[in-house]
Design a protein around this ligand. Sequence first.
Ligand SMILES: N[C@@H](CCC(=O)N[C@@H](CS)C(=O)NCC(=O)O)C(=O)O
Length: 221
Amino acid sequence: MLDTVLLWSENARMAKYKLTYFDFSGSRGEECRLALHAAGVDFEDCRINRETWAQLKASTPYGAIPVLETPGKSPLAQSNAILTYVGRKYGLHPTDPWEAAQHEAILEAAEEVRAALGPSGKLSDPEQKKKAREELASGFLQSWGASIERQIKGPFVAGERLMVADIKLFQIVASLTSGVIDHIPKTVFSAFPKLEGVHAAVTQHPKIAEWRAANASRAAQ
Ligand SMILES: N[C@@H](CCC(=O)N[C@@H](CS)C(=O)NCC(=O)O)C(=O)O
């Protein structure tokens, strides 16, 4: 209760958005930073270490980050809620309810990739991990890629304009094709030119390129 009161009163004095996440350029935090920057929003990029996180965790809405704090409002968690909030407010999410729902389905599907990868990351036996990851790469990730491919007009999901769903897909593709996830080959999505095209189009978007150039020295994942 005390934490909530403190956060609320702090928020009342805040002049701008504050996005809290770990200090690396990847996953759910980075996609929210990219959306805020693409929206042209000035925000405090609060990057925390594991020690600070241990102290903060219990005071967050769902015990996880990213968390977006907005002047005068309670903290907002859940990456997809943050993305749709920013997208709706700044024109990076469809205004038509049906189209918006289709983009929200993509956001959810992207989280299913993270959920599918999670258990293999906890396997300590190298052979078991290799087997699980190879099965994911040749099985789940191929059917997932095929489903997403059908949703994309090109070059972005909705055609010519960047939306938060593109940023979400960009982050998933960037991570899985980086070569840093053991046993997931960089070519994992090579059968899906539209999906790889979204990654390329987001990479080339001026605001995204600007953010990534400014943060190039930070660790990625
Ligand atoms: N469904 C949540 C998941 C958030 C989540 O699991 N965040 C991770 C980092 S990507 C985290 O907070 N890990 C630390 C912990 O759970 O203590 C979302 O989409 O934001």
